[in-house]
Design a protein around this ligand. Structure first.
Ligand code: SAH
Length: 394
């Protein structure tokens, strides 16, 4: 093994030493998407051998039922042809391959679908190409590259959690933004940047409890003047010192972009992820490598970094853009309502030797202690469309 520092760590430390601490979203984005050393540039590894496993990797039933939902929604849209069938962040292509298999039930759906995958990672694009060999697919780096002027049916599983959040820490002197700087030992360390004048006093520097490292006060000394732009959400006023709030402009921007597009072109988008259904304080920044949690600063570029999906702000942004965005549904309830239990029984009847495995898969996807409650399904749609399970109450 080389004793040299992994390249991204060295470059981040040099940059911070020269220009000062960086925000959590900047750190997050460099770790995931640095063109040379970022996690998604090199080594995104899904599945049991990799760093993390997602619902499509747990069971084919997940993608099949999403396929069913998409077909039913397309039917409610009046069966437009063509329509853009889009997956954002398709990983290794498993979900779309299961969707397309289920869609063989409705050949007209497949004929009308113009399939687009929105993917930034060259490594994952290659995996998707393999998995979907023989299918006509176009790739885009961003949603806006997918041609407009046709209705959209979009799915994104575990994409929101890849879009970073700013983190705000309540101190006795007011709100501060959590930043990544260098500690006394020269290693990466979390610190605070004051947001609101007056600048943080000594008491405020000590506040924050275990939430911030001891290096915070050193970092504070070298900080540029407070910037007025980022602000914590207003509902955080009454939280005690030490509380951490997250706010994700990137997630809200996706909600807004989808909302505009759906309101204009028609269609619906399903966003599935672990996250909060209502505003809630807490630090959800997490690093996973080989299925183990580690410190987010431990191995920049080599671990998958995520934050919780902030559904309230995604839904708000979509509504403001003119789309319908009803409350989220737990993944367990969503899949049960689509008939996952009957599907599991049918698969088990055809393959009795797999009955135990199927029961385990069903529990993993829907069980309250597993993915069933933590994972949530949001549906954004053109007003009046009323997609299945997200109908207007009115
Ligand atoms: N949906 C897949 C993979 C989830 S991993 C599954 O459920 O298994 C996250 C996916 O989002 C990867 O495909 C990753 O390359 C992609 N991604 C990450 N950041 C992105 C961004 N900013 N824009 C588009 N895709 C992104």
């Amino acid at each position: 093994m080389s004793l040299r520092e992994p390249a991204l760590l060295g470059r981040l430390k040099a940059q911070i030493a020269q220009d000062g601490p960086i925000s959590v979203p900047e750190y997050f984005t460099r770790c995931l998407h640095d063109p040379r050393d970022g996690y998604y540039a090199n080594r995104p590894a899904l599945g049991s051998e990799g760093d993390f496993i997602t619902a499509p990797g747990v069971s084919q039933m997940f993608g099949e039922l999403i396929g069913l939902w998409l077909m039913e929604t397309w039917d409610r849209m009046g069966r437009p042809a063509p329509f853009r069938l889009v997956e954002m962040g398709p990983g290794d292509g498993t979900l779309m391959s299961d969707v397309l298999r289920a869609a063989r039930l409705l050949p007209a759906f497949l004929e009308a679908a113009d399939l687009w995958l929105v993917e930034v990672s060259p490594v994952l694009r290659a995996a998707q190409k393999d998995k979907l060999a023989g299918v006509s697919v176009s790739w885009a780096g961003r949603l806006e590259e997918v041609p407009a002027d046709a209705p959209l049916l979009l799915v994104a599983n575990e994409l929101l959690d890849c879009l970073p959040a700013r983190q705000f820490v309540k101190t006795e002197g007011g709100w501060a933004e959590r930043v990544v700087g260098l500690g006394e030992d020269g290693e990466l360390a979390f610190g605070l940047r004051s947001l609101s004048p007056p600048p943080l006093g000594e008491a405020a520097r000590r506040a924050g409890g275990g939430a911030v490292s001891a290096a915070a006060s050193d970092i504070l000394k070298s900080l540029p003047p407070p910037s007025a732009s980022p602000t914590p959400p207003p509902w955080g006023e009454d939280l005690p010192a030490g509380a951490i709030l997250e706010s994700s402009p990137a997630q809200a921007a996706l909600g807004s972009e989808l909302g505009h597009r759906l309101a204009r072109d028609g269609g619906a988008a399903l966003l599935i992820d672990y996250g909060r259904a209502a505003p809630e304080a807490g630090d959800t920044l997490q690093a996973l490598r080989a299925h183990q949690k580690e410190g987010p600063l431990d191995n920049p570029g080599q671990a998958d970094l995520t934050v919780w999906a902030d559904f309230p702000s995604v839904l708000d942004a979509a509504r403001q853009a003119g789309a319908a965005a009803p409350p989220v549904i737990g993944q367990g309830d969503f899949l049960r309502a689509l008939g996952i239990e009957a599907r599991a029984q049918a698969l088990a009847a055809a393959r009795p030797d797999r009955a135990d495995t199927l029961a385990r898969q069903l529990d993993r996807l829907t069980g309250a202690a597993q993915m069933g409650d933590l994972f949530k399904v949001a549906c954004l749609s053109a007003p009046g469309l009323n997609p299945p399970l997200f109908e207007d109450e009115a």
